[in-house]
Design a protein around this ligand. Structure first.
Ligand code: NPW
Ligand code: ADP
Length: 291
């Protein structure tokens, strides 16, 4: 059956001024002696459908490992036990009826929407609740796939989108080859279509907000493994929750995520890297330890 494919939003004539992403560790001072967890944000991860508890868990644990004060996972009830297993610092809510999220969102500083969210009615209801909350958010994975389906453009004022090329192609109604052919033009199209800060992942991830465009140089092919993007979502969210702007959280997060993967590769090689191998190195990075 032939299906209608809308026009691609990519203008191939776009030539952006793209600079190298030179982001260093974003924290230069030790924490105040009287610091408490309330100073470092409360994040809610919205995702973790059946069989994908790990995606929400990795995003949440990464946020904690870069210094977020509190992280709560809002997952499918069948994922509740698995999502928190082995990381008792995470709070976990099993959400049977997504309308309860309205009240749960209230104390949150920001949302990470999409890791393991899935594609069914429950997933869509969770996504709609998150969007209606107006909370600042990082949208990733299935959170982006739902955006691609609805093309909703009233995203919150504080917004970071983190697509890989497959997700970017869905968002822009084109093929992955169109994205890879002119990645800066694809980044531009995402920003023009949806607003906010966009991170176009892959080898040499691009980060842009319409006025600045950066190309990342950290990272390696060992990162081509399941869950690596979920960890990035947590890193960006964890930095943002500690007071960085969405732009700085995105550019520093992408840099530190790649830097952590490079440290893992230097120690043990690229093949066989796990997304969770980055966690101790992310902790070193946010504390200004270079090796
Ligand atoms: N442990 C867990 O709980 C995990 C749970 N996860 C969760 O699973 C959910 C769905 O994620 P997913 O990986 O199954 O689907 P998705 O990323 O859309 O890929 C589908 C197709 O897109 C394409 N494609 C993908 N990457 C591409 C690229 N870089 N460049 C170009 N194309 C690319 C590719 O097409 P192909 O190239 O094979 O034709 C691929 O077949 C999501 O919620 C996520 O959070 C995962 O994070 C893993 C760990
Ligand atoms: N060859 C590569 N070089 C550098 N970074 C890579 C490479 N392959 C993947 N990555 C990075 O790994 C992450 C993969 O994210 P994603 O595809 O969303 O994974 P998942 O959906 O399994 O979580 C991104 O940050 C991407 O930039």
């Amino acid at each position: 059956m032939l299906t209608h494919r809308p026009m691609s939003k990519i203008d191939p004539s776009i030539a952006l001024d793209v600079h190298a992403n030179e982001a260093a560790c974003p924290f230069t001072e030790p924490r105040a002696r009287a610091a408490h967890k309330g100073h470092f944000g409360h994040i809610m991860v919205v995702g973790g459908h059946v069989g994908m508890a790990g995606a929400a868990r990795m995003a949440g644990e990464a946020a904690l490992r870069v210094g977020a004060g509190r992280v709560t996972l809002a997952v499918h009830p069948e994922s509740r036990l698995l999502a928190g297993a082995g990381c008792p610092e995470l709070m976990v809510h099993g959400i049977a009826h997504p309308d309860v999220l309205d009240a749960a969102f209230d104390p949150m500083s920001l949302l990470l929407v999409g890791p393991g969210l899935g594609q069914d009615d429950w997933s869509e209801a969770m996504w709609r609740q998150a969007l209606h909350s107006g909370k600042p958010m990082v949208l990733d994975a299935d959170g982006l796939n739902w955006l691609a389906r609805h093309q909703k453009q009233h995203l919150p004022a504080g917004f970071v989108g983190t697509p890989h090329p497959g997700e970017a192609a869905r968002l822009l109604s084109c093929q992955v080859a169109d994205i890879e052919h002119n990645r800066p033009a694809a980044l531009h199209a995402l920003i023009q279509t949806f607003g906010g800060v966009w991170v176009l992942k892959g080898e040499r991830t691009l980060i842009g907000d319409g006025s600045q465009h950066l190309m990342n140089t950290t990272g390696n092919p060992g990162m081509a493994t399941a869950g690596m993007g979920d960890v990035l979502t947590g890193v960006i969210g964890g930095l943002w929750a500690q007071g960085l702007s969405p732009w700085d959280a995105a550019r520093c997060g992408v840099f530190g995520h790649g830097r952590a993967a490079d440290a893992v590769a230097a120690e043990l090689g690229e093949r066989g890297m796990l997304a969770t191998d980055l966690l101790p190195w992310l902790r070193r990075w946010v504390n200004g330890k270079t090796t």
